[in-house]
Design a protein around this ligand. Structure first.
Ligand code: ATP
Ligand code: MG
Length: 354
């Protein structure tokens, strides 16, 4: 018998008490022999019923008051505010098992919440450290240029314009960081919902390549589209956001090329429901251990090179948010010294053909 309800427990205890009473009555009868068997049976039955009733009521009251209270407290903590709390039926079997399960589930959810809070607290600390570190460099540079100009540089025609231009560069860098941070915050809070429309992704890619052509030429890099460039590939997405994604991925391909005549190629694949866009380069590649952290804000495998190229390390974090806000996926494969491929999916527009 399982004692997982007050009724079972009362039944067992009443039976034990009755058995003891029967033994005592039989022994008494053997010695004095003045109780009839019918009286023994009647008396035992009466004792069993009284014991069952008293124990059962006591246990039920106890369970009802105490366990219902625990159950209610846990339930109200588990449920969102304003949600009605359900009550417990103590007469139901497995009442203790149910309460036990609820308590364990509640404890587990609390543990998970604490873990998440600790993680986000450490993430916030790291993020704030990164922001101040990134802003410090242009601020100190500007301070240096302005002090030099005030110390007489302003009257020196060989440096005054040069230092003002350098100050402007630092201001532009700060603006880029602040703009990127603002974009990430808006994307994370869901404020920037994608404005979905049908458009030709090949056409957009051609526009992005045209925009980056001067930079590519300076870096002696060649950007190309694989396959017939005069096709039409219709997708359903936010055109301007996808422009940002393509710009950052192709820009990275140019920036992180390992030699002159590096190649950055954009390729498209038909995936039934989606179009897979891949941006590949034959550049420096990414160390294996860096890949899981690549989409984190400010993460850079080569900080010096990234800064020298004017990068903030926020590009891929923005790219990831944009793709996720489209409910699509992005992945990366890379081999150091061989090259990198970033691939992301986009929803195909109706009647899209590749
Ligand atoms: N194609 C690539 N090849 C090699 N490394 C890459 C490539 N793309 C990104 N990385 C590495 O990932 C880091 C993060 O890239 P991300 O685009 O976020 O920043 P960034 O290009 O340095 O700056 P930003 O995009 O803000 O101008 C880069 O600094 C670089 O170390
Ligand atoms: Mg970038």
């Amino acid at each position: 018998m399982q004692f997982n309800s007050p009724k079972n427990l009362a039944l067992f205890n009443a039976a034990v008490i009755t058995a003891v009473v029967i033994v005592l009555l039989v022994v008494y009868n053997l010695i004095f022999a003045n109780i009839t068997p019918l009286a023994i049976v009647g008396l035992s039955l009466l004792i069993f019923l009284v014991a069952y009733f008293l124990i059962g009521t006591t246990l039920e009251n106890f369970f009802y008051k105490k366990i219902k209270l625990i159950y209610k407290t846990i339930h109200s903590l588990k449920r969102p505010k304003g949600h009605k709390t359900s009550t417990i039926d103590v007469n139901q079997d497995n009442v203790l098992d149910r309460v036990n399960t609820e308590v364990r589930e509640w404890a587990e959810s609390q543990r998970q919440k604490i873990q998440d809070l600790e993680q986000s607290a450490s993430y916030r600390r790291e993020f704030l450290g990164n922001v101040s570190h990134e802003l410090k460099t242009p601020i100190f540079n500007m301070q240096g240029y302005v002090l030099t100009l005030l110390d007489g540089g302003l009257e020196d025609p060989t440096i005054n314009r040069k230092y003002l231009l350098k100050t402007e560069q630092s201001i532009n860098r700060m603006i880029a960081i602040v703009n990127d941070l603002e974009a990430i915050t808006k994307l994370e809070s869901g404020e920037l919902q994608p404005k979905m429309e049908s458009f030709d992704i090949l056409n957009l890619t051609r526009e992005v390549i045209e925009f980056l052509e001067v930079k590519a030429r300076q870096c002696k890099n060649i950007i190309s589209i694989k396959g017939h460039p005069d096709r039409t590939i219709m997708v359903y997405a936010d055109r301007e956001k996808i422009r940002q994604v393509l710009t950052n991925l192709i820009d990275n391909g140019i920036k992180y090329s390992k030699r002159e005549n590096g190649r950055t190629t954009v390729n498209f694949f038909d995936m039934e429901e989606n179009i897979l866009v891949e941006v590949s380069d034959d550049g420096i590649g990414i160390p294996e251990e860096a890949i899981p952290r690549l989409f984190e804000r400010f993460y850079r495998t080569d900080k010096a090179r990234s800064r020298e190229q004017g990068g903030t390390g926020l590009g891929l974090a923005i790219v990831k948010h944009i793709i996720h806000s489209h409910d699509q996926t992005i992945n990366v494969r890379s081999k150091q010294g061989i090259g990198t491929t970033f691939g992301f999916t986009l929803e195909k527009a109706k009647a899209a053909k590749i």
